[in-house]
Design a protein around this ligand. Structure first.
Ligand SMILES: C[S@@+](CC[C@H](N)C(=O)[O-])C[C@H]1O[C@@H](n2cnc3c(N)ncnc32)[C@H](O)[C@@H]1O
Length: 280
């Protein structure tokens, strides 16, 4: 099959794939991405034993379709992330958001609820977990809960495993590395694993940001939804901001990526600083 695979992705099949990805995830694949899509799908076709993209489209239309669409979205989505990416968000969390929220939570006796809504392979929720664990060492009167979700099963499996290459790019200070990670030994040499105590603090689940209801508690105090809106069109972004706002407690914060903005979206949030918003 390798040698004989000369199939071309026709314009019609490409359109069908682009539409399906959009319907499922709201990710907009641009018109210039045909070679990228053909390339990424080639492997998948091989796994399924198919010899043409048209056969693949037929699978997508069959009873197997819904499961296969999830695989397709997994293949095309960008999952790039890293620990403490856009570090100002974490300093704004401890310097502004938590001091703002804490007195109320202490009076109400309720836990802080934080949600990493496009968690990818877990670096973002574990960075949040570390920051929260550190912060609440000093404020033991308030408990915290952390939700993490992504559309990709593959990314969620990685996130739940919590194993990462041990590299200096981590931006993790040595004392945090020691407190929250276990160094791999033997076959796992060169990696580190988030310690079980911290992994247990994060509840991972698959959530499509466009599904009707989110299976996380309402009244979230902080939602990180970073570096995913860029893949959506303006109408989808507006829908998403509306849905996330509904999920926030009043006084809660929404954090988006540095390169993202709410410009052109009608919303009810106050701007706290670039890419950080508060629900009044
Ligand atoms: C570039 S990563 C961002 C990771 C992390 N938030 C960060 O800023 O480093 C984007 C993630 O969004 C996820 N994603 C894309 N469309 C989604 C959707 N409709 N619902 C939920 N997650 C989605 C992708 O699977 C991917 O893991």
């Amino acid at each position: 099959m390798h040698a004989s695979f000369t199939a071309k992705l026709s314009a019609e099949a490409y359109r069908m794939l682009v539409d399906l990805v959009y319907q499922h995830s709201h990710i907009r694949i641009g018109p210039d991405k045909q070679p990228m899509l053909a390339n990424r799908l080639r492997k998948r076709l091989r796994v399924l034993g198919l010899v043409s993209y048209d056969d693949y489209c037929a699978v997508l239309r069959s009873a197997q379709g819904p499961d296969e669409i999830e695989q397709l979205v997994d293949l095309i989505s960008t999952n790039h992330t890293r620990f403490f990416r856009e570090p100002e968000h974490f300093t704004t969390l401890t310097g502004r958001m938590l001091p703002d929220l804490l007195p109320r939570l202490a009076v109400e006796g309720s836990p802080l609820r934080v949600w990493s809504a496009a968690a990818s392979s877990g670096e973002e929720p574990y960075s949040l977990a570390i920051v929260l664990a550190e912060f609440f060492r000093e404020h033991p009167a308030v408990d915290w809960r952390l939700e993490a979700s992504d559309i990709s099963h593959r990314m969620l499996a990685e996130a739940e495993r919590g194993v990462y290459p041990l590299d200096p790019q981590h931006a993790l200070p040595p004392e945090l590395l020691k407190r929250y990670f276990q160094r791999g030994v033997g076959a796992q040499d060169g990696t580190c694993r988030v310690k079980a105590e911290l992994r247990k603090r994060v509840r991972f689940q698959r959530i499509n940001l466009f599904q009707a209801e989110y299976p996380v508690p309402r009244d979230q105090h902080v939602i990180f939804c970073r570096n995913v809106m860029i893949y959506f069109d303006p109408a989808s972004r507006a829908t998403l901001v509306h849905k996330l706002t509904r999920q926030l407690a009043s006084g809660g914060f929404l954090v988006i990526g540095h390169s993202e903005s709410l410009m052109g979206i009608r919303h009810d949030l106050e701007s706290v600083r670039q890419s950080v918003f508060r629900k009044p």
